[in-house]
Design a protein around this ligand. Sequence first.
Ligand SMILES: O=C(O)CCC(=O)C(=O)O
Length: 302
Amino acid sequence: MSTLVAVNGHASPKAPVRSDLKAFYEEHGYVIVPDALTHAEVEELREETTRLCRGELGEIKGVFPAEPGESDDDVLRQYLCIHFPHKLSPVMKHYLAQATMVDVLTQIIGPNVKCMQSMLFIKAAGKPGQAWHQDEYFIPTRDRSLTGGWIAMDDATVENGCLWVIPGSHKHGILWPQRQHEDRRFDCAGEAIYFPYTDDDAIPVEVPAGAIVFFNGYLLHRSLPNRAKAGYRRVLVNHYMSAESLLPWRVPGEGAHMAIADYRDVELIAGRDPYSWKGLTDLAKPFVRPSGEGGCSKDGKK
Ligand SMILES: O=C(O)CCC(=O)C(=O)O
């Protein structure tokens, strides 16, 4: 059984031993696997992050190719988060199906697992976090199997804007409404409201670089701004689901029939794809998420 330890005054469950992973995840809605990546693997991801932000791997909407003399720090500080980095980077694509990732996902989702999204957070000192939300609000699976795999590329701490979660909040199986907010601590993404918890129910998920945090698509989570004086809180977070479920998300065309709508720009990372007969489509293009530093527009897109 897992024990409770204090993290900055908050009760935070310790990483469970491997055989407890699934039970812990089902109870709390998240689980931490420390040391999932080696130092060399973390370094590889950091270097690839810099290459992506310098525009060296190809076009990303919102990224301006770096000038030859521009320092890596000056480049990295410009971007909060890049969506779909795996579409340009073979390295990021490789980590969608990293060994520990696949091992844990097949325990908590099932034998057949697909990935539909990656997001690369750079989050330099001073950059905002993301308000309370549930990932299934944005990415609807039909069987509630959505799972985030959050790979820490730096030690994530309360000071530099680690993830915060409300343990057990996934169990309601309810998608809470969202509204636009004007809270400058957070980026332009919406904020969940009307859920039966307060900030006091949340715990910080402080993890060392190389850890992976797995979390359920119905779990309420957020991150606060990076309040460190310097440095980054870099994370590659990928989203996964069972390959048995259709994915009515980003489906092109007016009047798509939602009962059979199925986004097919996915990567199978374990097992088999029961819908392989449909083939795959290359739809997603990498883009920079609005940080909200200059304010957000009404549609949340700045
Ligand atoms: O890491 C963060 O700052 C936010 C990540 C997040 O909310 C998510 O992956 O859904």
